[in-house]
Design a protein around this ligand. Structure first.
Ligand code: ADP
Ligand code: GLC
Length: 511
């Protein structure tokens, strides 16, 4: 039997991406597809998705969905055979801005409604209310899809549900008074299973109702059971520990490969890194830094937020520049306005030492990862952390916080004099500027020893970071779940089913 899996997510690159979620949803779907799984991604019909999905055609109407009548459009992801279904409601999704923010960077006021509608659409598909083939498992990603498992029960869907935590800190908490508008059945509206400190929590609903919960690294799976990393849900997660599974992310090893990357100045591989010199030159040019072949160039490339310790980097950088007179820093990212402004000010006072691009685009990201010598990636918490792995592929050595997925993927090199086999980078503990500086100092000391550095680069570039293993882990999980009898965590206590939106159908003849 070929498992049929419906992914539900707010992002799937390249149709929509604001961070790692978009990368992972698409790359995992592709890996599963290549392993023979029928996987379809359901996501909102943002303008960018409607414009770029391939061979879109209508495949159903959902009248009466929260937020208004909507339609379903099926097609393919660009350059891929993975199916995508777009939930189309132009008033909800077709807007200027990013998936979550308006053009001025403010959250859309109706994000709760927008993602509640997505969850209803998924639950309706899972319950056979549309002409779309009913999946065996609905795999919901992050809080945006958090209402899916609960709604599946309400709609009487027999499919199993998995919820993957990509980031527990983003929870989708809204006033309880919105529950009716979000189409949450009356008997659940005040239920403890969705109520979180007087609010309605998409995350809590997911953690309570999903048949299985997964998260994206082994260390993060342990961390979220503790108050420090549990974001208020460590108690609930401990209750559900038996159903919590760690499945580490992989990366798309074709998009991020210096041997074939068409976005970098010159290709290279782990045996011959001469091309990396050309990439370094290109990086210095692109980021307005003076050309200096021997200067250590340290990259930073992430969302500029406190999660990524970008605030701490602002404190650490002046001291680093002072104690390492040749160090250059190239920064690509966007995020909190205060942090962006702090970095602008730092750059203005060190124009020859810091190159800054506020924003994000894939071409610059490839240029950054290929051209730098090292990547500074601080994190107060990090469920997985794709960026340091992208840099490793290009022989750009990561300096990262010892948390979450980073603690699993970066093997610390120790200090000169100690030999650490299979080391791939540098890990630092703590959240202060001095903690970060200590990590960078160790890296720069080793950079001055070309032989040792070369060994690190080789380890980085040959580390196994693809999806092969984890795709199999998910497939085993899907098969186990499919074989299990349906069991409810919260047995419906004489609950009335909510009345289904009248689902009007159009024919869905596949080409
Ligand atoms: P997170 O998902 O927490 O941001 P990851 O390192 O797992 O962290 O994934 C980051 C992804 O987002 C990478 O694909 C990276 O290239 C991309 N990225 C980094 N900064 C930005 C940004 N400012 N805007 C959009 N994407 C970004
Ligand atoms: C989240 C996490 C990041 C992870 C990504 C993909 O955005 O912050 O650590 O890599 O999701 O799972």
């Amino acid at each position: 039997m070929r498992p049929n899996i419906l992914f539900v997510a707010a992002e799937a690159a390249p149709l929509a991406k604001t961070g790692g979620l978009g990368d992972v949803v698409s790359a995992l779907a592709e890996a599963l597809h290549n392993d023979g799984i029928h996987v379809t991604v359901l996501m909102p019909g943002y303008a960018s998705a409607l414009d770029n999905a391939v061979k879109l055609r209508p495949c159903g109407r959902l009248a009466g969905l929260p937020g208004g009548d909507s339609s379903l459009w099926i097609g393919h992801m660009p350059n891929s055979d993975v199916e995508v279904i777009l939930l189309r409601n132009d008033a909800l999704y077709r807007r200027p801005g990013s998936p979550y923010l308006d053009a001025d960077g403010n959250e859309f006021a109706d994000n709760g409604l927008r993602f509640a509608a997505l969850s209803h659409a998924a639950a309706l598909i899972a319950s056979g209310a549309t002409e779309i083939e009913v999946p065996h498992v609905v795999h919901a990603h992050d809080w945006h899809a958090g209402l899916v498992p609960m709604l599946m029960r309400e709609y009487g869907a027999e499919a199993k549900s998995i919820f993957t935590i990509h980031n527990l800190a983003f929870q989708g908490n809204y006033p309880l008074a919105s529950a009716a508008e979000f189409g949450i059945p009356e008997h659940v509206q005040q239920d403890a299973s969705i109520e979180y400190w007087g609010q309605l929590s998409f995350m809590k609903a997911a953690l309570n109702y999903a048949d299985r919960i997964t998260t994206v690294s082994n260390t993060y799976a342990r961390e979220i059971l503790t108050p420090k990393f549990g974001s208020g849900f460590d108690g609930l997660l401990r209750e559900r520990e038996r159903d919590l599974v760690a499945v580490p992310n992989g990366i798309d090893t074709i998009t991020w490969d210096p041997v074939i990357d068409t976005m970098i100045a010159r290709n290279y591989d782990h045996e011959d890194l001469r091309g990396k010199q050309a990439c370094k030159r290109d990086l210095q040019k692109t980021f307005g830094l003076p050309f200096d072949q021997f200067a250590p160039v340290m990259a930073m490339g992430s969302r500029l937020t406190t999660q990524k310790m970008a605030d701490v980097a602002i404190e650490a950088i002046p001291a680093l520049l002072a104690s390492h007179p040749r160090l250059q820093i190239a920064i690509l990212g966007c995020g909190d306005r205060d942090i962006e402004n702090g970095l602008r000010a730092l750059t203005a006072s060190h124009p020859d030492r810091i190159g800054l691009h506020i924003g994000y685009d894939e071409a610059r990201a490839h240029c950054l990862h290929a051209g730098a010598d090292m990547l500074l990636h601080g994190s107060r918490f990090e469920p997985f952390g794709l960026t340091p792995i992208y840099s490793m592929r290009y022989g750009t050595v990561p300096i990262a916080s010892r948390v979450g997925g980073l603690a699993d993927t970066v093997v610390d090199a120790g200090s000169i004099g100690q030999t650490v086999t299979n080391a791939t980078g540098f890990l630092f503990d703590g959240e202060t500027a001095q903690d970060m500086i200590t990590g960078v100092d160790r890296a720069l000391a080793m950079f001055a020893q070309p032989q040792l550095w070369r060994t690190l680069q080789r380890e980085d570039m040959t580390a196994e970071v693809g999806w092969e293993k984890s795709s199999q882990l998910y497939i085993n999980l899907y098969r186990t779940l499919i074989a299990e009898p349906a069991q409810a965590m919260f047995q419906p206590v004489s609950r009335e089913r909510i009345s289904r939106p009248a689902v009007e159908q159009v024919s869905m003849k596949r080409a």
